[in-house]
Structures are given as structure tokens and as C-alpha cells.
Design a protein around this ligand. Sequence first.
Ligand code: DX5
Ligand code: ZN
Length: 220
Amino acid sequence: MTCSKILVAPSILAADFSRLAEEIRRVTESGADWLHLDIMDGHFVDNISFGPAIVATIRKQTTWPLDVHLMIEHADHYLPRFVEAGANSITIHVEPEAKHDVGKTLAAIRAAGCHAGLSLNPATEFAAIEPFLTSIDLLLVMTVHPGFGGQAFRPEMMTKVRRAKEWREARQAKLHLEVDGGINAETAKLSIENGADVLVAGTSIFRTDDYAQAIRDLRG
Ligand code: DX5
Ligand code: ZN
């Protein structure tokens, strides 16, 4: 299948946490499709964000799909807590520094009834995720090195998006191709042209006054 609808997943990381409930209401009423929740542990990435308690708090505020991106070590260990908190899709990292058995963690995500996502950092070769393509619902191509919002998009990552798109087309597979990092109207266009159908965006939505306009601009 080709996923023709472009989905926009605002990253809560750039929201104003002092009024999180209001931010969630505003962004979902402005046309967001999913909410992207960036979980950072200070080990796999050089930053700490929030954990399952905040995911559960967000779950109480909205029925929208929660797209949980685990940038943590030992995702297999913490997985049940994010499932319990109400995640709909859970994305893990393929790099050895994430310290888990990728195949087993993906299987555990699906067994828990969630969509399984796999992500790779800019420095990681596409070949690393290839063995898992038939075991996932979503491939998240990082377009910045993970850890912080507001970084510049890396256009050379489009080679990976294109390869995934070709793989998807050749097999008529149902696979979302998501990009994350530095996504704005211009880089969204480039990502869509290369085959992405899910756009994660923090800064370009939450650091504007008109979320609806920002989301429309991303869809192009
Ligand atoms: C990066 C995170 C992203 C980040 C995107 O480590 O995974 O989701 O919040 O932020 P922007 O859109 O500001 O680059
Ligand atoms: Zn993310």
C-alpha cells in the first residue's frame, strides 16, 4: 500500500509544560493526527525528558493516538509501563547502545497490542534496520541526532527514506515512514517527496502562534 494521507505528529517536547493540558487541546483541535512523545533517559541520549507518569497524564487529556518514541536504554524493561500508560505505538532504537534485543522488544510491543516502530539515528546505516522491516508497523528515520528539539534537518537522511519507500512499494507493505527532527514546511515537502507519510514536528508547531496554520503548512 502507499500511505497517501500525510499524518502530522506534534512533538510535545516543544510544548509549554506549565499548561500542558491546554497545549494538547489546542494542537489536537488544530488538526494534529497523532501526538509524538519523546522519552529520553540521559543515557541513550544526552538529555532527560519525561516518563510513563506524564504519558498517563496526557492519556487522560485526549483520545488521540499517542506515538511514544523511546530514546532509552533497556526499552524491553520499561515497555510494560508505557503500554500501561496508554501508548498506541511504541518506537524503539536499533543501535546497540539501546541495550536490548531489538527483535524481542518489537515482538513484545506487538504482543501488548501496540503498533511497533523502529528508529535509526543519522549515523546508523539503513542496513541495520533491514532485518526488522517485516516486523514493524512504522520506521522512524531520525533527521537529527536525537536528544534535543530545534536542531537543523539533515537532508542526506532522505536516502534512507527513499530506500524504505522502495522496499514498501516492492512488497506492497503496510509501513508508515516517519521523519523526526528539524521538520518545517520546507523540509516536510522534501520528506514527503522522498516517501515519508508521518511528520513529527516540535518547534515548527509549538513555537508559532497559529498551530492550525503550522500543521496545514507541514501537510503542504
Ligand atoms: C529529537 C526528538 C524530536 C524533537 C523534534 O530528539 O526525537 O521529536 O522533539 O523537535 P524539532 O521539531 O524541534 O526538531
Ligand atoms: Zn521523537
